[in-house]
Design a protein around this ligand. Sequence first.
Ligand SMILES: CCCC/C=C\CC(=O)SCCNC(=O)CCNC(=O)[C@H](O)C(C)(C)COP(=O)(O)OP(=O)(O)OC[C@H]1O[C@@H](n2cnc3c(N)ncnc32)[C@H](O)[C@@H]1OP(=O)(O)O
Length: 395
Amino acid sequence: GALVSMAGRLMRRWCPSLLQDLHFPVVQLHMSRTAMRASEKDFENAVNQLKLLKKDPGNEVKLKLYALYKQATEGPCNTPKPGMLDFINKTKWDAWSALGSLPKETARQNYVDLVSSLSPSSESSSQIKPAAADEKLPESENVVVTSEGGITKIMLNRPTKRNAITTSMYKEIIHALKVASTDNSTITVITGSGDYYSSGNDLTNFTAVPPGEIEESAKNAGILLRDFVNSFIDFPKPLIAVVNGPAVGIVVTILGLFDVVYASDRATFHTPFSELGQSPEGCSSYTFPKIMGPTKAAEMLLFGKKLTAREACAQGLVTEVFPESTFQKEVWTRLKAYAKLPPNSLRISKELIRSTEKEKLHAINAEECTVLQGRWLSEECMSAILNFISRKSKL
Ligand SMILES: CCCC/C=C\CC(=O)SCCNC(=O)CCNC(=O)[C@H](O)C(C)(C)COP(=O)(O)OP(=O)(O)OC[C@H]1O[C@@H](n2cnc3c(N)ncnc32)[C@H](O)[C@@H]1OP(=O)(O)O
């Protein structure tokens, strides 16, 4: 005990030198610039952007940046572990080593994402604006965003296609979350219009691709998916899913990134990735085993077992199930009360609950998108999509 407390005191005393030390990667990056590949341009920009930060991001973030930088430029940590009393170098070594075999590209991307989350626009939005008159946000046809009574509601509104999400809808949702993260609202809700919550990715997203552009299109879809999921990982306010009906694919997998999930007893939860020749996304390869245990997660993610709302609630994926007849009334009454809670307190508490996982989630998201990109180009996936388009298959 005495040793630990002495170590703590020393660590606190040495903190300034830890901070200075962590500037080291910036300098080293410029020396090794010639060794960079084309995709490292963003990385280089991120390093420059970091130097423009006005606010010190704190030791924890600097340590993450250090570890990601080392992983991105040198790969997995295989240097000898510093001695017990070499606190600073041991802390840095621990952070780098904790990244395990994270691929260099993923580390680079995570570094870029982390720096971008520290950018001046994020800095200025760290406090919620004081309450002002409720505002109506710009609307599009398929993603309808409204803000009222402290609640920003993002509604998927394509009921004739079971609220399947098109490429432009992904972008609109990313934009809506970005706006919601700094608007006057206290909580943000995602729901669907009509009978379905959503049938997931619009399978025709992949069919309008000219021959010769398939790889490029898969790459772009991977980037879009990564940005989409990142906007959920980073969302700073309480995020609630109001699952009004059946949910398929991506809208199910991202539920692990929501704070609360309310479901009608008519809702079902289905992730038919194997059937579609695809693989899990939305960080579900990590969040689902964590939420429901590995064997229940495997039944959903590998074998596409469809859960009823009550089953999903028993597994911890859903917070509470309501009878369809009173679903909207009960849920919205509750949400209106939650929206009256102090917004800054909610935000700070969410940060406490979620911050330790953020970096890991970004890494998992990047990895899942890379794997999925490969899957989209596979024979298995292409023929599953063609089957759906030609109506040979329905889930
Ligand atoms: C950036 C890329 C990210 C990729 C990541 C995500 C992965 C996933 O989300 S995988 C999940 C993909 N979703 C599906 O596989 C669902 C496919 N749909 C169905 O199986 C059925 O439509 C469904 C069970 C959802 C509903 O069945 P029904 O109630 O019988 O309705 P219909 O089949 O008649 O559908 C009505 C209408 O909607 C169109 N539809 C439904 N879902 C989709 C979809 N996911 N993509 C595109 N279109 C969809 C369907 O084609 C019908 O259209 P019309 O024929 O024009 O009426």
